[in-house]
Design a protein around this ligand. Structure first.
Ligand code: AGP
Length: 369
C-alpha cells in the first residue's frame, strides 16, 4: 500500500496532486488546439441526437452531481441547451416527464452507483438517449449507456472524490464546447481561445498546489470549529457545495454550501465570531456582489477564508485569510477554486486524526439503493 501511495501519506493527497496529469490525460487526443477541433467519438456518432435534443438532463449522486451542476452553467452558456441536473435517487422515484427528445448524461466515477444505474434504466425505458461519463472502464454504467466518454483520471482510491470531480468537469466542458461549435452558438475565435485556455489549466493547477503550506496554516486555526459555511456564485456555487461535502465527509465537521446571494435568506443568522466562512470570490464571477457578501459576514464578525484571483486587492483588505488562484476564464475557474478546498478539508481531517481515505460510514461506491 505504501508503494501505491507513491510517497504520499494518504491516497487522497496523492490524488489531489495527480490532478494536473489527470486533467491533461482527460483532454489528450480529444482537444486538438492546433487544428481547432474537439474529437470525441461518442459525441460525434450521436451529434444529430444532441443537436435535436429539447434539453439535457444530467443525473448523478454526490460529487458527480456537483460536477453536473458546474456542467449546467457551462452547457447553457456555451451551447445554449437547457439543462436540468437531478439527483439520481430523486429522479428515479418521481415518475419524471422524459421522452425520446431528451438527452440524459449520467455521471459516475465508479460506474456502479445503484441509484444512478436505476435512473439510467428508467430514462432508457422512456425512450431517452443516455450518454455516460464514467471513470471506471467497463463498469456497469459504462455498459448500460448508449454511448459515453471516459474520464481518464486513473484509479481513485480515497473515498473522498477529488480528481474524479475535476476530470468529469473537463470531459463535460469538452462536450459543451463541441456542441457549441456544432450549433454555432460560439464564434470560432472564442472556441480557439477556450481550447487554449483549457490547455493551460493543468499547469495552473500545478502552480496552485504550492498553496499547500499556506492552506495547512489556515487548517490549523479552524480544526476545532464545529460548523463551516461555504459560499460561491455562478460557476463556483457548485464548488461551494463540493467544498462543504468534502469537509463533512472526511473531518466530520458540519458544513453547508450555499449560493452566496442566498446567505441573506437564512444562513446569515448563523454567523458570529466562531463561524468560519469560506467564500469563493474570483475576479470575473459577480465579484462586486460577492465582496458585499464578504462585508456582511465581516460586520457580523464571521471569520473569512476567501479564495480570490491573483492580484486581488479589495477582498484582501477585509478577509482574515486569502488563498490566491491563477487567473482563468470564469467558466474554467471551478477546476482551480476546488483545489484549495480539497486541501483544506484534507489537512483539517488529518489534524483531527480522522481516517481520511476511509471515513466512517462511507463506501467508495454506493451499490445499495
Ligand atoms: C464524494 O466524495 C463521495 N464519496 C460521493 O458523494 C460520490 O461522489 C458519490 O457516491 C457518487 O459516486 P460515483 O461518482 O461513483 O457514482
Amino acid at each position: 500500500e505504501q508503494i501505491e501511495k507513491g510517497g504520499y501519506e494518504h491516497f487522497m493527497l496523492k490524488e489531489i496532486h495527480e490532478q494536473p496529469k489527470a486533467i491533461r490525460d482527460t483532454y489528450r487526443g480529444r482537444l486538438l488546439s492546433d487544428e481547432a477541433i474537439i474529437k470525441m467519438a461518442g459525441v460525434e456518432d450521436n451529434m444529430k441526437t444532441f443537436l435535436n435534443a429539447n434539453r439535457i438532463i444530467i443525473i448523478a449522486c454526490g460529487t458527480s452531481w456537483h460536477a453536473g451542476l458546474v456542467a449546467e452553467y457551462i452547457f447553457e452558456e456555451f451551447a445554449r441547451i437547457p439543462v436540468e441536473v437531478e439527483y439520481a435517487s430523486e429522479f428515479r422515484y418521481r415518475n419524471p416527464v422524459i421522452n425520446e427528445n431528451d438527452v440524459v448524461i449520467a455521471i459516475s466515477q465508479s460506474g456502479e452507483t445503484a441509484d444512478t444505474l436505476a435512473a439510467i434504466k428508467l430514462a432508457k425505458s422512456r425512450g431517452a438517449f443516455v450518454f455516460g461519463v464514467c471513470n471506471v472502464v467497463g463498469s456497469s454504467i459504462a455498459r448500460e449507456t448508449h454511448a459515453g466518454a471516459y474520464t481518464h483520471a486513473g484509479p481513485e482510491i480515497g473515498v473522498a472524490s477529488t480528481k474524479a470531480f475535476t476530470t468529469q468537469i473537463t470531459v463535460l466542458t469538452l462536450i459543451a464546447l463541441r456542441l457549441a461549435r456544432a450549433k454555432g452558438t460560439m464564434s470560432s475565435s472564442d472556441f480557439r481561445l477556450y481550447l487554449r485556455e483549457l490547455e493551460l489549466i493543468p499547469q495552473k493547477v500545478e502552480q496552485l498546489l504550492n498553496v499547500d503550506d499556506h492552506v495547512k496554516d489556515i487548517a490549523r486555526q479552524y480544526l476545532l470549529s464545529p460548523n463551516c459555511l461555504y459560499l460561491g456564485r455562478g460557476y463556483n456555487f457548485p464548488v461551494a457545495l463540493e467544498g462543504a461535502l468534502k469537509l463533512k465527509e472526511i473531518s466530520y465537521i458540519h458544513a453547508e454550501g450555499y449560493p452566496a446571494a442566498e446567505m441573506k435568506h437564512g444562513p446569515i443568522a448563523l454567523i458570529d465570531d466562531r463561524m468560519p466562512v469560506i467564500v469563493i470570490a474570483t475576479s470575473k464571477g459577480h465579484y462586486e456582489k460577492v465582496v458585499s457578501n464578504i462585508q456582511e459576514i465581516k460586520s457580523r464578525k464571521g471569520k473569512i477564508i476567501a479564495v480570490v484571483t491573483q492580484g486581488d486587492t479589495a477582498v484582501k483588505e477585509i478577509a482574515d485569510h486569502v488563498i490566491e488562484i491563477p487567473e482563468s476564464e470564469e467558466a474554467f475557474s471551478p477546476l482551480l477554486t476546488t483545489i484549495p478546498l480539497q486541501l483544506l478539508s484534507y489537512h483539517i481531517a488529518v489534524m483531527r486524526n480522522c481516517n481520511v481515505d476511509q471515513p466512517r460510514n462511507l463506501a467508495k461506491s454506493v451499490t445499495v439503493e
